[in-house]
Design a protein around this ligand. Structure first.
Ligand SMILES: [Zn+2]
Length: 249
């Protein structure tokens, strides 16, 4: 059986001297693996189209254990990512997240669109890398079914109050008064009003408006700390590319 789909190459492995095994995030089939015969030959049209972070039109044939890539044509190469080490690592981090978390053999259109938009903004230098990172982390968690409950203090129902805190173990909010009055989770992150608004925006805003906010650097770092801690507790795992990014930005 054969089908044609568009996908972002999220992993690239060499097989022998000429071939590659690639993993792609597609809108129609989620994460797929495919052998690309002859794709290491720089004269092959498949070479650039099967490189990491290429967005390509892929012709996939059903194989025994993975697909066979009959043809691959690049649609978009995010070449601007190469201008900055941090943008390149962030791109690789999004690939690692997608490979680990996105569904296989199921539609993943929203996840693919999220990561393509993020790569475009990074490649064109239209957004701060820390803004893009927090948006992708939080929105991806929401798309995967782990949306935090940021509507109100979970104890008294206050929407806005001084001293709101994020409880990253459960992805919930609590105000200062309720935190002191109850025996709550040991780990809490004190939020500024701007960071609370940004957290809500990252989770609840329409996808077209997702990346369109600005925060001062101090708040942006706090927003990133919130998204990282929330992911760490919910997913119970760490990502190796995140370590490199944290050394850089
Ligand atoms: Zn409260």
């Amino acid at each position: 059986m054969k089908f044609i789909t568009n996908g972002l190459i999220i992993k690239e492995q060499s097989i022998g001297e000429k071939d590659k095994l690639i993993t792609a995030l597609t809108g129609s089939h989620g994460v797929v693996k495919g052998f690309a015969h002859g794709a290491k030959d720089i004269k092959s049209s498949k070479c650039a189209a099967t490189g990491l972070l290429a967005y390509s039109r892929l012709t996939l044939h059903t194989g025994k254990e993975s697909y066979i890539i009959g043809d691959a044509r690049a649609i978009k190469i995010f070449s601007g990512l190469r201008d900055s080490v941090e943008a390149m690592y962030l791109g690789q981090y999004f690939c690692e997240l997608a490979a680990a978390l996105c569904p296989r053999e199921q539609k993943a259109e929203d996840q693919l669109r999220l990561i393509l938009n993020a790569l475009f903004l990074l490649s064109e230098k239209k957004r701060d890398p820390l803004t893009v990172k927090a948006c992708v982390e939080l929105r991806l968690m929401c798309l995967l079914g782990y949306m935090p409950d940021l509507t109100m203090c979970r104890e008294c129902g206050a929407y806005e109050k001084d001293g709101m805190r994020l409880l990253p173990r459960t992805g919930s909010l609590v105000c200062r008064d309720c935190y002191s009055a109850h025996e709550l989770e040991d780990l809490k992150i004190d939020l500024t009003p701007a960071v609370l608004t940004a957290l809500r925006h990252c989770c609840y805003a329409d996808s077209e408006k997702l990346f369109s906010f600005k925060l001062p650097e101090k708040d942006l770092r706090l927003l990133n700390f919130c998204s990282e801690e929330y992911m760490k507790f919910i997913l119970e795992r760490q990502f190796k590319t995140l370590k490199y990014i944290k050394d850089l930005i």
